[in-house]
Design a protein. Structure first.
Length: 469
């Protein structure tokens, strides 16, 4: 018998689709695999408060970005106000993150089961899935899964033969990053332009249509059936005291095998890198984005992937998207491309974010194109300080953190651009974020064209991304 060496994944929310890649999204497969039993036993055998206490005791923290304890959030919902709503945040706009898309495409019934558990605990009779518009395959599979669940009496009137009703509606957004922010999401769902609302009141008290609303991320809800089925102690076997359980980490950049890896929270970046096959072409790690584009950079793989360790390191786990960059990466270009994302996605509601991100792009652009000035680094830090803590919502803060960390950690490289009057990486054409000149044609986005995957993909058969794993 051979014993696998090195770090291993612990597959909980990703188990079914790895074990049954041909049909993990079908009701037949899910039922044969014990699906919906946790939801059935929650609704039939547990009181809403028992479910809430179990989730609270599990220590489960939101997987959407902020890491807020799920059970604590649920306990803010006023008990005597009806109707209440559950809203699934399936927007997944954070650059580098591709885990919710995979869960929606490959195990939509697991998500529906999680929704039922959350709805029962919070006594909500109506749930909405807010799905990023571009996720065509996932939307089709979630739609089919909802219909199948209604057909079997898992959704609709008197679910599982109880007196509890639950309706689920799939809503497709138009693909704006800000619509992942919970209050902007609610505005968008109500049919308004997606812009953040002033908080408090928080959605748990006053959310969709002014009613108590629980907004949870897809991965958070997909974890619930396992906690209900196996219990708190089982769940706490993995992770740390403050960050229990496992987390899907979308791993990309200059690694051999970019993919989602489900690992216990507290796994080191070095272990994750090993799982991903190491750096491509024997490269060395230069910079790491540990939690999506909003997270300040790291330069070492010694850190642990959990909420508290990364906070201590001055960054964050965020949505769990790790991008490893090697030494061919131009950090000015990295800062520019990241900032351009925030500039483009700024909703325009407040001045520091709307103007600051636009201005920072102009300065970064001139440095990258060899026209930088020696005072530009201080100017960029000044712009970052002008946004941080002054923006209406966390998008502006995130833009300033990413900008600041690029300038502070790689100041020498920024200065080199100014001294040389050119980008020192220009001839390499290897940079992760890519030389803009590599994409021909006027008015191009500067981002190389991506293969058109997903939209027209075959609904049946194994997922081609499984190959080689
Ligand atoms: C600009 C911005 C974008 C966000 N995008 C997402 C997203 O795409 N998906 C998500 O689950 N949470 C996103 N969030 C976090 C949500 O506001 C919210 O905290 C989360 O959906 C709560 O779910 P959880 O407690 O299960 O993590 C975003 C936050 C901000 C500020
Ligand atoms: S910080 Fe940016 S995204 Fe947030 S409200 Fe202000 S302009 Fe809109």
């Amino acid at each position: 018998m051979s014993v696998a060496a090195g770090p291993q994944e612990v597959r909980i929310v990703t188990r079914r689709y790895h074990e049954f890649p041909e049909d993990s999204w079908t009701l037949e497969r899910v039922e044969a695999d014990g699906g919906y039993e946790a939801a059935r036993s929650a609704v039939r055998d547990m009181t809403p408060d028992e479910v809430l206490d179990t989730v609270k005791d599990s220590g489960l923290r939101g997987r959407g970005g902020a890491g807020f304890p799920t059970g604590v959030k649920w306990s803010f919902v006023p008990k005597d106000l009806f109707p209440k709503y559950i809203v699934v945040n399936h927007d997944e706009g954070e650059p580098g993150t591709f885990k919710d898309r995979e869960l929606g495409e490959r195990d939509p019934h697991q998500l529906i089961e999680g929704i039922i558990i959350a709805a029962w605990a919070n006594q909500a009779n109506r749930a909405f899935i807010y799905c990023r518009g571009e996720m065509a395959l996932g939307a089709r599979r979630m739609d089919t899964a909802i219909r199948d669940a209604y057909r079997k009496g898992y959704l609709g009137k008197g679910i599982f033969g109880s007196g509890f009703d639950l309706d689920v509606t799939l809503h497709r957004g138009a693909g704006a990053y800000i619509c992942g922010e919970e209050s902007a999401l609610l505005d968008s769902l109500e049919g308004f332009r997606g812009q953040p609302r002033l908080k408090p009141p928080f959605p748990a008290v006053k959310g969709l249509y002014g009613q108590p609303t629980i907004i949870n991320n897809t991965e958070t809800l997909s974890t619930l059936p396992h906690i209900i089925r196996h219990g708190v102690e089982w769940f706490r076997r993995w992770g740390t005291e403050k960050s229990p359980g496992t987390k899907m980490i979308s791993t990309s950049g200059h690694v051999v095998r970019p993919a989602n890896y489900e690992v216990p929270l507290g796994t080191t970046l070095a272990e994750l890198l090993e799982l991903a096959g190491g750096m491509r072409d024997g490269g060395r790690v230069k910079a790491i984005i540990p939690g999506g584009a909003s997270a300040p950079l790291l330069t070492s793989t010694e850190y642990r992937l959990d909420f508290e360790s990364l906070q201590e390191a001055g960054t964050m786990l965020g949505s769990g998207a790790v991008v490893f960059m090697d030494e061919s990466t131009c950090m000015v270009r990295n800062a520019l491309v990241t900032n351009e994302f925030f500039e483009h996605e700024s909703c325009g509601k407040c001045t520091p974010c709307r103007e600051g991100t636009w201005w920072a792009s102009k300065v970064l652009e001139r440095i990258e194109h060899g026209e930088g000035r020696k005072e530009d680094m201080e100017l960029l830090l000044d712009i970052a300080n002008g946004i941080d803590g002054r923006a209406f919502c966390p998008l502006g803060d995130a833009a300033s953190w990413a900008l600041r960390s690029n300038v502070e950690l790689f100041r020498d490289e920024f200065e080199q651009h100014v001294i040389d009057g050119r980008c020192p990486f220009e001839d390499e054409h290897l940079s992760f974020t890519g030389p803009r000149a590599a994409v021909p044609g006027p008015g191009d986005s500067g981002i190389a064209a991506q293969p058109h995957a997903g939209v027209d993909a075959d609904l049946e058969g194994p997922d081609p991304r499984e190959a080689g794993r």
